[in-house]
Design a protein around this ligand. Structure first.
Ligand code: PLP
Length: 391
């Protein structure tokens, strides 16, 4: 088969050379347990702390007082830690039949949506803010927010539509109407794709994941504000040896974390060039697609993610046809693709079930080229004609 054309960079990215080299160093040379006090342990600990500084710097943390970086296994774990860890820290007894309100957006990733649904089952009220057309409904948020809100968890960039949400404006509303609420942001898809810091977004916790930024799988991080730590507004989900400031027990995955740090550092240095490259790829692709398919374009979006709806052809059929030609795109987010459920974020965007079932996500990286996109568009056009004839 010819060279693969990989256009599924929101599912995962190809690790960069710098991140792989750092991982090798950790595996081969600094293999000690970072908790051990001998030389091997200290060498591993040094790598761990270097990565913590790198991730911190990439999130704009310059002083210790700005917050803390907690390492964990992935974005899903970081989101679960934020959701359950902050809600359980409040330990609020049931009042008038309810235990407090949780705000999320209608199209959250399953790691937030399912966690919220679990809490709903335990007596918490969950309000889902509409995201029609990819716009976060701030009026609905304003109306639904009152003092009973204990947690708001909102994504920065939607993984299926690329919609970029106004987290700062939402956080300001929540702080004004429920000053005690904890505000979490799932920034997994926005990290290294759009500029932000947790402070600029006004959030208390924020999650990121290594494998979305050209590092291997196996590491994620949760930013936690100093205020949250000082006021003990988050509790651990894992108990044991007390690693990660007693918030996440378990020996840290030093090779994956070191690679994560290297990728973050590289991403910061290349941020401008990468953003320009992805923007130009986006601008190259959109006019080519617009004659072929419906583009589900939010008002504000990250350039890397483009969602399209095919004319009456199921996404799975097209996905397989393109895959046979060496082209990788996705239907639904990577985690839900095999679960065969209609995509919640696409329904929340305003698509019908049928349209959602016929939608594909193309997600770009700075490693893609215009030539690859031209080949993809030709293949898409050919398959649209071939599959239409077969109907
Ligand atoms: N949040 C969003 C918005 C995502 O897109 C993903 C993964 O696709 C996650 C969280 C989960 O990240 P991970 O795959 O590292 O668990």
């Amino acid at each position: 088969m010819e060279k693969m054309i990989y256009l599924d960079n929101s599912a995962t990215t190809k690790p960069s050379e710098a991140s792989l080299q750092k991982m090798q160093e950790a595996l081969r040379i600094c293999y000690g347990n970072p908790g051990s006090v001998h030389q091997a342990g200290m060498d591993a600990h040094k790598l761990l702390e270097e990565a913590r500084r790198q991730i911190g710097a990439s999130l704009g943390l310059r002083r210790a007082a700005d917050g803390q970086i907690l390492f964990c296994s992935c974005g899903t774990e970081a989101n679960n830690q934020a959701m359950f860890g902050t809600v359980y820290a409040k330990n609020r007894p049931e009042k008038n039949g309810t235990r407090g309100k949780i705000m999320i957006t209608e199209g959250e990733h399953p790691s937030i949506e399912t966690a919220a649904a679990k809490l709903e089952g335990k007596g918490f009220t969950v309000h889902r803010i509409p995201t029609r057309g990819g716009a976060l409904d701030l009026e609905d948020l304003e109306q639904a927010t009152d003092e009973s809100v204990i947690l708001a968890a909102m994504m920065l960039v939607n993984n299926e539509t690329g919609a970029l949400y106004p987290i700062r404006a939402a956080a300001d509303i929540i702080r004004r109407k429920s000053p005690g609420a904890h505000i979490h942001c799932d920034a997994v898809q926005g990290y290294m794709r759009v500029p932000f810091t947790p402070m600029s977004l006004g959030v208390d916790t924020l999650s990121v994941s290594a494998h979305k930024i050209y590092a291997p799988k196996g590491a994620g991080a949760l930013y936690i504000s100093q205020d949250t730590i000082r006021r003990k507004r988050i509790i651990p989900l894992l108990y044991g040896g007390g690693q990660e400031g007693r918030l996440r027990s378990g020996t840290e995955n030093v090779p994956a974390i070191a690679a994560f740090g290297a990728a973050a550092s590289e991403g910061m240095q290349e941020a401008k060039a990468r953003a320009e490259k992805v923007r130009s790829l986006h601008d190259f692709l959109i006019p080519k697609l617009s004659g072929l398919v419906q583009i589900n374009m939010p008002k504000f979006s990250a350039d890397a993610i483009i969602n399209i709806t095919l004319p009456n052809i199921k996404s799975e059929v097209m996905l397989r046809a393109l895959s046979a030609k060496g082209i990788c795109v996705s239907a639904g987010s990577a985690c839900s693709a095999r679960a065969k459920k209609v995509s919640r974020p696409l329904l929340a965007f305003g698509l019908t079930e049928r349209e959602a079932d016929c939608s594909l996500r193309i997600s770009l990286s700075c490693q893609n080229t215009e030539e690859e996109l031209a080949i993809f568009c030709d293949a898409l056009e050919q398959e649209l004609h071939r599959l239409a004839r077969m109907r």
